[in-house]
Design a protein around this ligand. Sequence first.
Ligand SMILES: NC(=O)c1ccc[n+]([C@@H]2O[C@H](COP(=O)([O-])OP(=O)(O)OC[C@H]3O[C@@H](n4cnc5c(N)ncnc54)[C@H](OP(=O)(O)O)[C@@H]3O)[C@@H](O)[C@H]2O)c1
Length: 273
Amino acid sequence: MATALVTGASSGIGEATVRALLADGFTVYAAARRLDRMAPLAAAGAKLLSLDLTDDASIVAAMATIQAHGRLDVLVNNAGYGSYGALEDVPMAEARRQCEGNLFGLARLCQLALPMMRAQKSGKIVNVTSVGGKMWEPFGAWYHATKFAVEGLSDCLRMEVAPFGIDVIVIEPGAIRTEWSGIASDSLLHMSGATAYGPAAHQLAKLHAGANASRLSSPPEVVARTIAKSVRARHPRTRYATGGSAHTILFLRRILSDRMFDGLMRRVAASAG
Ligand SMILES: NC(=O)c1ccc[n+]([C@@H]2O[C@H](COP(=O)([O-])OP(=O)(O)OC[C@H]3O[C@@H](n4cnc5c(N)ncnc54)[C@H](OP(=O)(O)O)[C@@H]3O)[C@@H](O)[C@H]2O)c1
């Protein structure tokens, strides 16, 4: 049976993706740090893996379980969080943790998955970036740096592994109703709520905190359906923008100059009050 590994499966997009791939008949390994949160997925038929992407030993151990299983057809690199705060305020240790979680951990999983996929002469690596891999907002320097990086990494990797029958697909969600926005606004206030950047930081935190209530946001199942569709496709696109006004945001980014886009993002933040 075709086998998939989904990271960040304890919540949001990852959890919905596990359910979508189970429904499509995959054997699904669901990975995250919070095993207790994945109990309902185990009940639905997923196999649980403990995984901390900031810890190499944890990544190697998780992949050893998959190697023992003997097959990996689809790797969905979905786990991630938004580390927010003014660049001036964020300690470099937190910047490195953000890169470990969102970028290096993802790359390490690819390294460990590729020998199996090359041996099979097939496989799909699905990297969940964000519209934030192409646009920006203030106080998101490290988060956006990791998402821009995963966009570029995915393009390079796609060309490297194509000769082995392996495909790399980028998923770019817009605003999605998950735990992401609460984590991002908490980290923003923690880092910059009481610094020189405080007033603007409070404004953006309000916007993030309200994101899940916005009618412009989408439920995580929308992204999960796109991921499942890309996995089923014989000739998948290189990129899928999906949910939460992703297409509108990317269109505006394309047609506006950098400074016009800055102005738009400022007005959006100010609208939160
Ligand atoms: N929500 C949005 O608006 C949005 C928009 C664009 C892109 N995205 C991207 O979509 C992906 C999924 O996010 P989500 O919205 O579903 O957020 P979420 O509900 O907060 O889920 C994030 C998942 O990542 C896991 N995770 C975080 N740090 C980890 C680590 N060090 N090691 C292993 N797992 C870790 C969490 O599991 P544990 O804490 O249990 O480990 C959780 O399962 C992320 O890459 C995010 O950047 C989200």
